[in-house]
Write a protein that binds this ligand. Sequence first.
Ligand code: NAI
Ligand code: MG
Length: 360
Amino acid sequence: KTYKIAVIAGDGIGLEVMPEGLRCLQAASKKHGFTLSLTEFDFASCDYYEKNGKMLPDDWVELLKPFDAIYFGAVGDPRRYPDHITLWGSLLQFRRQFDQYVNLRPVRLIPGVQSPLALRKPGDEKIDFWVVRENTEGEYSEIGGRIFTGTSREFVTQETIMTRIGTDRILDYAFKLAQGRPRKLLTSATKSNGISITMPYWDERVVEMSKKFPDVKVEKYHIDILTAHFVARPQSFDVVVGSNLFGDILSDLGPAITGTIGIAPSGNINPTGEWPSLFEPVHGSAPDIYGKKIANPVGMIWAGQMMLLHLGETAAAEDMLSAIEQVLGRGDFSEITPDMGGKGRTEILGRAIEKAILDM
Ligand code: NAI
Ligand code: MG
């Protein structure tokens, strides 16, 4: 089987971690007998913008549509161009045009990675859950406005949009994800005690959807106490679903309780398959360390692992995750990068994980 992958490294350390991600993906594909047909693109970068005065070629939709997935590094360099030009002109366009209505992030405590939760001890229950964020509507709407600007009567509004289609499709995705896991537990983030129109609607749709998934246990928490539970008992979650804003908060908090920004991956997914989904590390282009070749490649590699899961290559994805766990777990200072307390470099860590995949 052959999968067509669009490879966009972007800016800064995106250019440094991408080769390590590809190296590990190639190892996994070789081992499991499928082919990745990779096409590299230089757009969605500051260099492309400098040459062309735009972030993307005019035919980017037709160019990218035929791909099974997009493997993305990082974009932006505030020293060269403002983020609203670079990010808005690329990543956010992909998200909208390709209707990537799910943002998915794993929260998993990897052996050897120092969790900021100092109370966690070896032998504690495992932290292993998913955060599912609604990625297209909700609180991040463009409906609203400001009047009487600059006067004492200044008046500003911004509407939250919840549609039946938008709410149901994210809940359907989250319920299915929970149904496929051993614990089958879905946690819904809400705030229906304070936000009295949209959030009760969200809760109502959760109840309605749960009728279609009788084997999935459902719980709901208000977002404020839920953030506290993330910190106090992260091991008790399985799949957590939230609106665009609540999901945004939880999908940063989740990875933050299990380690460094350098290892966290993210998927922007169009589950219908009509459009390509995009997989990327959570981190940005890190101009402060670009060029030193010390960027942690694990976020990029793990994003590749999520891409293989999405493509249905489950066994290869399992090997990739085990390889990451094995290499980080042995905590060899000559391999792990400085952000994890080691002396390793991007390529050394990438090659170590590649070897672990081939040796699985
Ligand atoms: P950043 O994630 O690039 O860096 C934040 C801090 O974490 C820096 O100190 C950096 O050195 C460190 N860091 C990040 N990734 C690392 C890695 N793999 N290994 C070791 N250390 C790592 O966020 P920042 O500095 O706010 O943004 C820089 C640029 O990246 C901006 O233009 C921003 O808009 C863009 N950005 C792009 C994203 C994307 O492409 N999805 C996401 C976040 C930011
Ligand atoms: Mg965020």
